[in-house]
Design a binder for this molecule. Structure first.
Ligand code: ZN
Ligand code: ZN
Ligand code: ZN
Ligand code: ZN
Ligand code: ZN
Ligand code: ZN
Length: 631
């Protein structure tokens, strides 16, 4: 009977002792909800490698069955997840013991192979001991798991999963729900930890309430909606990946075509050039050869003359005189007609346009335009304004400004006539302009527009974004121009009793009549015109033709000097004298009032819940609206 070989033989390949990642004996086995078990370190490096490619991961697939395992906690970083995953106690004990012998029999010095694991005693038992264990009054309720099922995950699953929820502190059956803490309690929890809590429901009642209240349906609906958004976003993301591939293929094709065109062109130029060169060489050589031939004939003639003049001894007098006269006459003729000396230099001036290509340092500029839009709108009726930072050096009298596309902030400091430029919330530039700036919007990637005024006359100036120098005045008025907004290529300017809509050259295309002392205007995604009047203390939403749609006023909204609208079309109104910011739905219904000291302007960053709030006396602050988490 004392034969231990079968159990030892299985040790190597057995799932109860071997980690499926490293194929060695388990070291600190951790168990996933799908009941698959891995060494602590193996699982930890697996989780890190699968999560590092994802933005804010919420879980990971089981390395064996791919079932998605939610993060064990959403408040700790990925590196610590494995620590929170429970140890598989059975496998841990088995891997420490390194045999599968009945513990009870071992105490009696007998070696008998175990058949079951008692979870309550953390012991292995043989068939016989199991029988006694089940009969004994003390151990009859113990949870026994047959060892054979440890290899069979689905079987084990059924066996281990308790039909009751257990409390955190004592691992006892849950009997109550503390409504105050939303905490599941056993009797002990309820009497100790939650003794002073107001509402503690029996767990049956709590379940019944939940079923009746429709909260299940609400949660299901919320999840389904979010799921739809995720499905849509995923397919859009995949579409974007395809787009990147297609576009880069297109760019590659166009670049290669351009190169081929340039090379073919240069080749053709070279061919013309070489044939011109050959022609030129031939002509010049012919010309020079002609001269060389003429010179060489004259040379022969001179040799002959010299010969004649030298051999005069036997010559008769008459011939001598005749020769002399003839040679002298002919020489005059020959020298007069002698060819000119040719000095020839051959040059080639390469076209500067051609050599300039060597100064080109880049084939093309590759640019990516990217926008990130929050997947889910936050519920602004239960959110808070989290202070991100203060913009130092913007103390008082900031009447407007904007977030640039690159995330920088430019503020208009009215009385000091300054434009303040912030990068990463640090003041990087301060430029004094000739007039008092009231508001700023970004017009293009290189220009900003500034509404400015002096001595009761106002205008909208175009400024170079790099130098902050005024380029031109695109709109001039006899009255003050207050806040600006841009949408679909048009600019809107609040001018107290009117809002002007004009194009990029300053041609006014529409005028909207509004209540007096309208200092602020914003345009939403539907191109609706939103403005607030400090005379009537109200907020008006008009369609783009100027037809009034929604009106908002509130006893706690006084002097609504500034306003803005965000990407999800909620309206934010700065009540300067009521010391608050009213957040309204797109149809101008109140969502929530936030207390802020004397706000003058509020301006949002594109596609985000981040904004800055300027004030007459205080430093401009950057806030982010964050949803309150409910526990
Ligand atoms: Zn392992
Ligand atoms: Zn699994
Ligand atoms: Zn036994
Ligand atoms: Zn037991
Ligand atoms: Zn408890
Ligand atoms: Zn409680």
């Amino acid at each position: 009977m004392a034969d231990s070989s079968p159990s030892e033989k299985n040790l190597e390949t057995d799932m109860t002792t071997t980690c499926p990642i490293c194929f060695e004996s388990f070291k600190t086995p951790k168990i996933l909800p799908c009941m698959h078990t891995f060494c602590h370190n193996c699982l930890s490096s697996y989780i890190l490698s699968t999560c590092k490619t994802k933005e804010s991961p919420v879980g990971f697939p089981c390395p064996l069955c791919r079932r998605f395992v939610p993060a064990p906690s959403f408040s700790v970083e990925v590196e610590k997840w494995t620590e929170l995953i429970p140890v598989n106690k059975i496998i841990h004990t088995l891997s420490v013991k390194r045999d599968k012998l009945c513990d009870a029999c071992k105490r009696a010095n007998e070696e008998i192979e175990a058949s079951d694991w008692c979870e309550s005693c953390s012991e292995l038992l043989c068939v016989l001991c199991v029988k006694y264990h089940e009969r004994s009054a003390v151990s009859k309720n113990h949870s026994l798991i047959p060892i054979v099922t440890l290899n069979n995950v689905s079987e084990q699953n059924k066996k281990i999963e308790s039909p009751y929820a257990l409390c955190h502190d004592h691992n006892n059956r849950v009997e109550y729900l503390c409504v105050d803490h939303e905490d599941l309690c056993c009797t002990r929890c309820a009497w100790n930890k939650h003794r002073k809590c107001i509402q503690i429901d029996g767990i049956e009642d709590a379940a019944e309430n939940l079923r009746k209240s429709g909260k299940f349906a609400t949660l299901t609906k919320e999840i389904s909606e979010y799921e739809d958004t995720l499905v849509k976003t995923k397919s859009e993301g995949e579409g974007t990946i395809r787009y990147i591939d297609d576009t880069s293929d297109q760019i590659r094709k166009e670049s290669t075509e351009l190169r081929d065109k340039v090379i073919n062109h240069v080749d053709a130029l070279l061919e013309d050039h070489l044939s011109e060169l050959a022609q030129n060489v031939k002509q010049n050589k012919d010309k020079v050869a002609k001269i060389v031939a003429a010179v060489s004939d004259r040379h022969l003639l001179m040799t002959q003359y010299l010969q004649t003049l030298r051999d005069t001894e036997q010559t008769s007098s008459s011939i001598l005189v005749q020769d002399y006269l003839k040679i002298r006459r002919q020489l005059k003729h020959v020298t007069r007609s002698s060819p000119s000396k040719l000095i020839l230099k051959l040059h080639s001036h390469f076209s500067e346009d051609l050599t300039r290509i060597l100064q080109v340092t880049k084939f093309s500029d590759i640019k990516t335009e990217m926008e990130s839009i929050p997947l889910r709108d936050i519920d602004l009726s239960c959110a808070s304004m989290a202070l991100i930072c203060e913009l130092n050096g913007s103390d008082g009298d900031v009447t407007g400004g904007c977030f640039l596309k690159n995330g920088d902030i430019v503020l208009a400091n009215n009385s000091s006539k300054e434009l303040l430029h912030y990068r990463n919330y640090e003041l990087v530039r301060k430029v004094t302009i000739g007039m008092q700036p009231r508001d700023i919007v970004q017009q293009t990637s290189i220009f900003i527009l500034v509404s400015e005024y002096q001595n009761g006359k106002g205008n909208v100036g175009q400024y170079d974004l790099n130098t902050f120098k005024n380029v031109e005045k695109i709109l001039q008025r006899d009255n003050t121009v207050y806040s600006l907004a841009v949408s679909s290529g048009f600019v809107y300017a609040a001018c107290s009793d009117l809002i002007l809509k004009f194009d990029s050259q300053g041609n006014v295309v529409q005028q909207y009549k509004v209540d007096r002392n309208t200092y602020s205007v914003a345009i939403n995604n539907k191109n609706e015109v939103i403005s607030s009047s400090c005379d009537k203390n109200n907020v008006t939403v008009m369609d783009n033709s100027g037809k009034g749609m929604y009106l908002y006023s509130h006893e706690k909204l006084i002097y609504p000097y500034g306003l803005d609208v965000n990407f999800s079309e909620e309206i934010f109104v700065a009540g300067k004298h009521s010391n608050n910011i009213h957040v309204l739905t797109p149809t101008a219904e109140l969502l929530k009032i936030y207390e802020v000291k004397s706000p003058r302007c509020i301006t949002f960053k594109e596609n985000s819940y981040m904004c800055f709030v300027g004030s007459e006396t205080r430093t401009t602050k950057v806030y982010e609206f964050k949803e309150d988490l409910q526990y």
